[in-house]
Ligand binder design. Structure first.
Ligand SMILES: [Zn+2]
Length: 235
């Protein structure tokens, strides 16, 4: 956690304490009523971890809580964590590293040099990345190629026609994002070109493992899976 964020959190904590003290002073107690606990973080008035997470998210990061990062039981935790950080723009792409003064190199994408290295460019618009999404779209029968932001990409799954299809499409998107990032890092360290085929193989293998062993779709067969990812589950 950087010092700027720590200072910001401490300042907010101080303001929260002042606010609480003010509330106690101004509150008029009703002697005719029994004391009771109430939860004001959600419309139902009943405490839930989901509401707490939403409140913490909006208070800490000053951002509106968005639904795309709802955690799915059979998507691996490391993928969830990565996508969550991506939505918060905490992934160490060049533009973010420069903003924090950590490096002093060009802002341009180290793979294509056609744009500054923003998260949206890395995961949606870079040359090798576009090829990955094109092939993934063909395999899953859902067009993921004409999207402009990470949020838009993650929302695509929610537009799907059935709950089962939504969950699988979401797993495909998360796995693709994770594999793109891993491959990009590996290629940066080795100095080689972005290997689209390697990314696609990794997406297929990782997804098969998650779906076969964690999801309810344990009947899937590898030979069918490699031919058509979504159709072999939903057919
Ligand atoms: Zn690029």
């Amino acid at each position: 956690m950087d010092m700027g964020l720590v200072c910001s959190l401490l300042a907010k904590a101080h303001l929260d304490i002042e606010y609480l003290q003010e509330m106690v002073v101004l509150y008029s107690f009703h002697s005719s009523k029994d004391d009771s606990w109430s939860w004001r973080g959600g419309a139902s008035g009943i405490f839930s971890v989901q509401d707490l997470r939403r409140v913490m998210h909006s208070k800490i990061y000053d951002e509106i809580y968005t639904t795309p990062c709802i955690w799915e039981g059979w998507i691996p935790i490391k993928l969830h964590c990565f996508v969550w950080r991506l939505l918060l723009n905490r992934i160490p792409v060049t533009v973010n590293l420069l903003a924090r003064g950590l490096i002093s190199i060009s802002r341009s994408c180290s793979f294509c040099s056609l744009s500054d290295e923003f998260s949206d460019h890395v995961f949606l618009d870079c040359v090798g990345t576009k090829q990955v999404w094109r092939t993934v779209s063909l395999r899953c029968g859902w067009d993921l190629t004409a999207l402009w932001s990470i949020e838009q990409l993650l929302e695509e799954a929610s537009h799907s026609s059935s709950h089962s299809r939504k969950r699988i499409l979401k797993a495909i998107i998360y796995s693709s994002i994770w594999s793109i990032w891993k491959q990009r890092n590996a290629e940066t360290l080795s100095g080689r070109a972005f290997n689209r085929e390697f990314v696609l193989e990794e997406i297929k293998t990782n997804l098969y493992g998650s779906i076969k062993h964690i999801s309810p779709h344990k009947e899937i067969i590898w030979q069918h899976w490699i031919v058509s990812t979504l159709h072999c589950i939903l057919a």
